[in-house]
Design a protein around this ligand. Sequence first.
Ligand code: ATP
Length: 320
Amino acid sequence: MKKIGLLTSGGDAPGMNAAIRAVVRSGLYFGMEVYGIERGYAGLIEDNVVSMEMRSVSNIVQFGGTKLRTARCMEMLTKEGKDKAVATLEKHGIEGLVVIGGDGSFRGARALTEEYGVPTIGIPGTIDNDLAYTDYTLGFDTAVNTCLDIINKLRDTMTSHERVSVVEVMGRHCGDIALYSGIASGAEIIVVPEIKFDMEEIVAKINSSRANGKHSNIIVVAEGVMGADEFGKKLQELTPYSVRPTCIGHVQRGGSPTMADRMLAAQFGNKAVRLLNEGIGNRVVGIRDNKIIEMDIIEAVSMKKEFNYELYETLQMISM
Ligand code: ATP
């Protein structure tokens, strides 16, 4: 394969730039021409294609966001949209495509593969960590570290005033950001979409922690369950302790990627290009048990993410 394309799609995630760099540099290493497609599938449909050189990706490894920008593009769901996308690839002679994004973006890649025979490689880039086939997605570690920084600060002020903090984190239908940031911050309670919650039980837990000498409580609520304001209001009706809601919001999506995300980006990007260089497409790359893996894109998008109940129990046992 001599000409490859690359796009970022869906929600942005810290580490996407580092992955762009890894794909471009690996492609150039193999003597390929590498084309960046701006604004995800929208740019593919509208022919926003730029040639990527060695220096196009200088000084980006440390930045959040995506240099190629990203978009959600409804036209890609239609036959006309997909026809245009493939016409752009043909116009530039692009033989294989690397797609950095979440499950929606992978569905787009799968459509190009299944319906048009375009070899695609998916790199999991989403803060949500909601893809079943990989232990971690690009951006998740940075997002959780951003949450930790904020929860640490909330703990300071909540303890001074003996309050209860309700912290809303992202993750859509996946509770992993809440689970990991809850455990790592020492939150007493997490509320995730995968497990039904009982407000009475939460109140009882707050009461028992106060009886045991605790001066504040942190409750991490995943956005897929409820907003912090609504949850805080419901809780305030049942407890005498003062409740303060905080929605962390979009800061979770930005910021300099952590070492873990940069390492994933380097390895995912390099692996994706190695596969295309061997003429292999229709795969996704990921990490499982600390090893970089690849698997069939169709199989990967059909897998159902399993919640880590053991980690959830760990939080129950150590946070009180
Ligand atoms: P995140 O998890 O961060 O939101 P994502 O990749 O899941 O990222 P989506 O908005 O679900 O984000 O999808 C990104 C884009 O992928 C869509 O806007 C659309 O252009 C394309 N896409 C999604 N599903 C399909 C599909 N079934 N066929 C073709 N293209 C699709």
